[in-house]
Design a protein around this ligand. Structure first.
Ligand SMILES: [Cu+2]
Length: 172
């Protein structure tokens, strides 16, 4: 019979093996992975896809929506109705004198990006947002997921905390 220490070591090894299986299997957790450790390990694994939709080529867009970013830390409109799964090209104009961003993401993504921006992240290198100098207009085409809460926000210093965030109302 194994000692308590040996049994604990075996559990740790088993959890590590399960998390390897979970992360290497294309996103499908091992079917008998029951343990919480394996699930948490899987969640830590960075992936390129996001749950709130995906970037798309402009020619696939079903419609165009114009958005303006203002120095009052507002987007106009502040809310946009979206059909589940819809593809939209956003034409975003910075009508202010400050730099602004238009970043699509769920709340978890926006919170993470707010931290990343402390390190001066370049949003133009990301597929889900644009950076706008004063007077600049840029386009971004996005296909929305079938469900979930999705926001658009600006993460220039103090802007997100100042309320520069709008919401997409997804309906099916
Ligand atoms: Cu801003």
């Amino acid at each position: 019979m194994a000692t308590a220490t040996q049994a604990r070591a075996l559990r740790v090894m088993a959890a590590a093996a399960l998390s390897l299986v979970a992360c290497g299997g294309g996103g499908h957790p091992a079917s008998h992975a029951g343990g919480e450790e394996a699930v948490e390990s899987h969640g830590d694994h960075g992936e390129d896809t996001v749950s709130f939709g995906q970037p798309t080529e402009e020619r696939a867009a079903e419609r165009t929506v114009e958005v303006t970013a203002l120095d009052s830390l507002e987007f106009q409109p502040g809310e946009i109705d979206v059909d589940a799964g819809e593809t939209i090209t956003f034409v975003v104009t910075n009508e202010g004198d400050d730099e602004h961003e238009f970043v699509i993401g769920d709340e978890a993504y926006q919170d993470q990006h707010e931290q990343d921006m402390a390190h001066d992240m370049d949003m133009d290198s990301e597929p889900n947002g644009v950076e706008l100098a004063p007077g600049q207009t840029k386009k971004i085409t996005w296909t929305f997921a079938e469900e979930g809460t999705v926001l658009y926000a600006c993460h220039e210093p103090g802007h997100y905390d100042g309320g520069m965030v709008g919401s997409f109302s997804l309906s099916s």
